[in-house]
Design a protein around this ligand. Structure first.
Ligand code: 13P
Length: 242
C-alpha cells in the first residue's frame, strides 16, 4: 500500500496573530509548487479559528497540539478534541515529548487523548521517542516499543511521529541509519495497521536535511518544529518530498 506523505508543522508555544502572515506565504508557495503529499500546520490553539478562516480552500490541514480525554466537562484551561474540530482542526498531536516532560503525561493518558481525538473525528498524531540516556543504554527500541504499546488506541486511523527527544530543538538529527532502523522497528510493532499507518520523523528537520530523511523508505513525512515557523523554510521542506 502506498502511503501519502504528511509534512506537519508544530508551532509549539510560538506565534501571536502576526504569525498568521506566514500562512499567506505558505499558501502562495503551495499554489506555485503544489505539494506531493499532505501539509498541515498545528498553531497554538488561540490561532486555530483565524488560521482556518485564512486557509479556507487551501491545501493545508490544521491541527491542535494537545486535547483533553473528555468530550466536555469542568476542566478549566483544557480543550476538548471536539473544540479543536469545531475551530477547524482535522488533526491533533498527542503525547509530544514536551507534554510528557512538562505535564507528566503517561502512555495511558496519551492513549486516552488519542481515543478522544478519534471520537471527535480528528486524526491523532501520536508522538514517541527515546531520551539520549535511553539510547546510550541500548534502550531506544525498548522505550519506543513500550510507548507504542501503551499510547496507541486499539483501532482507528492515526499517524505515529518518531521524535528522538535528544534531536528536538537541539540541531542534532538522528542519522539516516538510526531513523531507518527505528522506523522499521516501529512499523514491525504496528500489526494489521502497519501498511496503512504513516510514520513521521521529527527532530531538527530543516531544508538542508529534509531530502535525505524523506527519501528513506519507512519515513512517510516529517513533524517539523522550529523550521515550520517560517514559510520559506517550511515550504522548502515540503518541496523536498520524494
Ligand atoms: P524541532 O524541529 O524544532 O527540532 O522540533 C521537533 C518537534 O518537536 C516537532 O514536534
Amino acid at each position: 500500500m502506498s502511503r501519502r506523505a504528511l509534512i506537519a508543522g508544530n508551532w509549539k508555544m510560538y506565534g501571536l496573530a502576526a504569525a498568521l502572515m506566514e500562512l499567506d506565504a505558505l499558501k502562495a508557495a503551495l499554489a506555485a509548487a503544489p505539494a506531493t503529499g499532505d501539509v498541515a500546520i498545528c498553531p497554538p490553539a488561540t490561532l486555530l479559528a483565524q488560521a482556518a478562516w485564512k486557509l479556507k480552500g487551501a491545501p493545508i490541514l490544521l491541527g491542535g497540539q494537545d486535547c483533553h480525554t473528555a468530550g466536555e466537562g469542568a476542566h478549566t484551561g483544557d480543550l476538548s478534541a471536539a473544540m479543536l474540530a469545531d475551530a477547524g482542526a482535522s488533526l491533533v498531536i498527542v503525547g509530544h515529548s514536551e507534554r510528557r516532560r512538562d505535564h507528566g503525561e503517561t502512555d495511558a493518558l496519551v492513549r486516552a487523548k488519542a481515543d478522544a481525538a478519534l471520537r471527535a473525528g480528528l486524526t491523532p498524531i501520536v508522538c514517541v521517542g527515546e531520551t539520549i540516556e535511553q539510547r546510550r543504554a541500548g534502550q531506544a527500541e525498548a522505550t519506543v516499543g513500550a510507548q507504542i504499546a501503551g499510547s496507541l488506541p486499539a483501532e482507528g486511523e492515526l499517524v505515529v511521529a518518531y521524535e528522538p527527544v535528544w534531536a528536538i530543538g537541539t540541531g542534532l538529527t538522528a542519522s539516516t541509519d538510526e531513523i531507518a532502523a527505528m522506523h522499521g522497528f516501529i512499523r514491525s510493532t504496528l500489526g494489521p495497521r502497519a501498511a496503512a499507518t504513516r510514520i513521521l520523523y521529527g527532530g531538527s528537520v530543516k531544508p538542508q536535511n529534509a531530502g535525505e530523511i524523506l527519501a528513506l523508505d519507512e519515513v512517510d513525512g516529517a513533524l517539523v518544529g522550529g523550521a515550520s515557523l517560517k514559510a520559506a523554510d517550511f515550504s522548502a521542506i515540503i518541496r523536498a518530498l520524494k
